[in-house]
Write a new protein. Structure first.
Length: 522
């Protein structure tokens, strides 16, 4: 089928394979791991006998790490040992994660090096580079798995090359996909779409792309990584379909009751390319981080402000860790919020330099942000009685769950969507990058849990649109109906995670298989 280009050389491999003792983990994480090892050696033999599950996450993808850790917690509760394995890269963010998840082991592979020709081939695609970095880490992954001897390996889709290592070592390997079921259905079906046309998605423009179990998707709403037919990133995603079919199964961060059409289409084999087996699908979500673990008991100022607002009266605007807008767009948003007459809580980040919209902001990038200079003159003063602006970050999970919040303007990242569903917060969809435009289609056309903020796919969302949609969400009968549908989805998600729920049962079935397999081999 579709094959990845094979690097002719792998610089630095031999050096890395003999440097396991020098893996780049911060001192605090090393202390935590050492403490766990000592605990196991001092009489906790039951821990050592528990089957080990390794969850392999890609480098530089913090959004993928959140559901990964939440899955780890559920596996711990099922009586398994859990190791979260990270691809090589910056590990500074691990301190806080490890400190609040003491029962999970964290391990970082050494940074991988790409051959010059491979590095050049993926220089213009972030996604292709992550795929190739994960592939280059296979020798170190092999060494780690030989030592860990896990009962199962769960891999992110960016780590699909790890399937080869799992097969070589006889480790049952599954995909853990942190996106929605609909995205999985489309990923599986993409080779069929590819064979049915000679056009690239970019050339198709707004023409609909059709796949079983999904609403029609405008071609220009697909992820940028698959837009160009002959690009390296598109070839990776075409190959991913076969990789998923070759795995032992797919764990998805959603529940069937939220996406029944897509789930049924996959299970019935309608999305699987001809000649390939249909993989088992385990909907185990929604996996949502609990109230933010900040290491402090101090409440964020925005929560105290929300305490003083009427029920379901505040629109919350937050666009994820990479959600940044031009200064011109920020001014349009501010003017729209002011004109709406509604209460709002808005998380604002410093506008990025030209051409750096998708580049993750550096730590402290929003320090010293001059809001008065960023907003229209007098905006903060005129809206101070009904609006609050915070910079950089707010405790999103807690904000969405607050009784005063009546709606959520979101970038449609799947983690944020699930948090909104869990809180019963209706959404205004303003997608920015990656798969978010696809998520917007699923949310609006299929799940009916959002309405779009028109103009997101143009140069600018105008202030009049912001004002009209925010006002509609809070004041109109349509907004109230949307809120009721979201509350119904919230109840479905709660039931799925209950003791007898579909997601809990799917995970229990899977972990039972791993335990039986481990017992048979011991």
């Amino acid at each position: 089928m579709y094959k990845y280009p094979t690097p002719s050389t792998r610089p630095g491999t031999s050096a890395r394979r003999h440097a396991k003792a020098r893996i780049n983990i911060s001192p605090s994480v090393r202390r935590l791991l050492a403490a766990r090892k000592m605990t196991a050696q001092n009489g906790h033999g039951d821990l050592a006998r528990k089957p080990v599950v390794v969850i392999y996450a890609p480098p530089g993808m913090a959004g993928h790490l959140v559901p990964t850790v939440e899955l780890g917690k559920l596996l711990l509760a099922q009586g398994l040992q859990v190791t979260v394995l990270l691809g090589g890269g910056d590990t500074s963010f691990l301190d806080g994660v490890a400190a609040t998840n003491l029962e999970i082991s964290f391990h970082c592979l050494p940074p991988a090096a790409l051959a010059p020709d491979v590095a050049a081939a993926c220089s213009s695609s972030f996604e292709a580079r992550v795929f190739e970095l994960a592939r280059a880490s296979n020798p170190d992954l092999r060494d780690f798995l030989r030592s860990a001897r896990p009962a199962a390996l769960l891999i992110d889709f960016f780590c699909s090359a790890a399937l080869d290592v799992g097969a070589e070592l006889g480790v049952p390997t599954y995909f853990f996909l942190t996106t929605c079921v609909a995205s999985v259905a489309l990923c599986l079906y993409q080779p069929v779409i590819h064979e049915g046309t000679t056009l690239s998605f970019r050339e198709m423009g707004g023409d609909p792309v059709r796949a079983p179990g999904l609403p029609p998707i405008p071609a220009d709403h697909l992820a940028a990584a698959v837009m160009d037919r002959e690009s390296l990133s598109n070839r990776h995603f075409l190959e991913l379909s076969q990789r998923i079919c070759d795995s032992r199964g797919v764990l998805v961060n959603s529940c069937r009751s939220l996406e029944p059409r897509a789930a049924d289409a996959i299970v019935s084999g309608l999305c699987t390319p001809p000649g390939l087996p249909t993989p088992p699908v385990y909907c185990i979500g929604p996996l949502i981080k609990p109230d933010e673990e900040t290491g402090t008991t101090k409440r964020h100022e925005c929560l105290a402000w929300l305490d003083g607002q009427p029920e379901a009266s505040v629109v919350f605007l937050c666009f994820g860790s990479m959600g940044r807008f031009s200064a011109e767009q920020v001014k349009e948003m501010a003017s729209g919020l002011e004109a709406s007459g509604q209460r709002f809580l808005w998380v604002v980040r410093r506008p990025p330099p030209p051409g750096a919209e998708r580049r993750p902001p550096a730590d402290g990038d929003d320090d010293g942000l001059d809001l008065d200079a960023l907003f229209p003159e007098g905006f903060l003063k005129r809206t101070k009685d009904r609006g609050l602006v915070v910079t950089s970050w707010a405790p999103q999970r807690q904000v969405l769950a607050h009784v005063a919040v009546g709606g959520f303007v979101t970038h449609c990242g799947w983690n944020s969507v699930l948090e909104a569903v869990a809180a019963g917060a209706p959404m205004l969809a303003w997608p920015l990058y990656a798969e978010q435009r696809m998520n917007r289609v699923f949310l609006v056309e299929e799940m009916r849990l959002a309405v779009p903020m028109e103009g997101y796919d143009k140069k600018m969302v105008e202030s009049s649109e912001v004002a009209a949609k925010v006002r509609w969400l809070i004041e109109s009968d349509g907004g109230r109906e949307l809120r009721q549908r979201t509350r119904a989805a919230m109840r479905l998600a709660e039931e799925a995670l209950g003791d007898d729920g579909e997601s809990r049962a799917a995970l229990a079935d899977l972990t039972s298989q791993w335990k039986k397999s481990a017992a048979a081999e011991s």
